[in-house]
Design a protein. Structure first.
Length: 223
């Protein structure tokens, strides 16, 4: 029987987050996540079960586009499927862009060779209202550093400076050159501006390549 995965949608749009913001990408949004962050803005209810061939056909039907983003939910919950699909995408000359919560490092080991760019989250406990995942994030970043990688953290009104310092410590231990993106939970919330500047100043004093970046797709009103 052909391998299948739960996929909520496949569409073309611009990348709204991180260092490749503004580039046109095809997004494969996988259904399901192993986390329930308080700020999650991707509440998925519907999906179709697709084989790798069906997913690849849908991707190629969207026309010329060099980047394919495997996103979610959490794509690494579907590691075997992702590995096979990513391999096929590489055969089509695509750049494989993995968006992940940066926790399932054992699954990352299985697919790292078929990715080009990894956009990983640091799930700051004061932002998510969940337990910390520092151990998982550090192991994940060690593996991801074999490829182009950057770390992104959502900054909200409750985000604490201790979480920023712990993020800095992990980046320094693993790879001090990894960019650290601070992403405001609500780009229109004026109260976050001072906090973002404060956190950015801390990162710069610690010689971290820090960027403060809003979600472009929300500002432009596109998917």
């Amino acid at each position: 029987m052909d391998m299948k995965a739960k996929i909520s949608e496949i569409f073309k749009s611009i990348q709204g987050e991180g260092l490749h913001q503004g580039t046109e990408q095809i997004f494969v949004r996988f259904f399901g996540c192993n986390m329930h962050c308080s700020f999650c803005d991707t509440r998925l209810n519907d999906y179709s079960e697709k084989t790798v061939e069906e997913a690849l056909k849908d991707i190629l039907s969207l026309g010329v586009c060099s980047f394919v983003s495997l996103t979610g939910g959490e794509p690494l919950m579907h590691a075997d499927f992702v590995k096979t699909l990513a391999s096929r995408l590489k055969g089509e000359g695509k750049t494989v862009y993995l968006e992940t919560n940066g926790i399932m490092y054992e699954n990352l080991k299985e697919i790292i060779g078929f990715t080009d760019i990894i956009a990983m989250d640091f799930k700051l406990p004061s932002s998510t209202n969940l337990i910390s995942f520092w151990h998982e994030h550090e192991n994940f970043l060690k593996i991801a550093s074999a490829k182009e990688v950057f770390v992104k953290a959502v900054i909200g009104k409750d985000t604490q400076v201790d979480d920023i310092f712990e993020s800095i410590r992990i980046i320094k231990r693993v790879n001090p050159d990894v960019p650290f993106v601070l992403q405001p939970q609500n780009p229109f919330e004026e109260a976050l501006r001072e906090k973002l500047i404060f956190f950015s100043d801390i990162c710069q004093k610690e010689h971290i390549d820090v960027r403060t970046m809003c979600q472009l797709h929300k500002i432009l009103g596109v998917k």
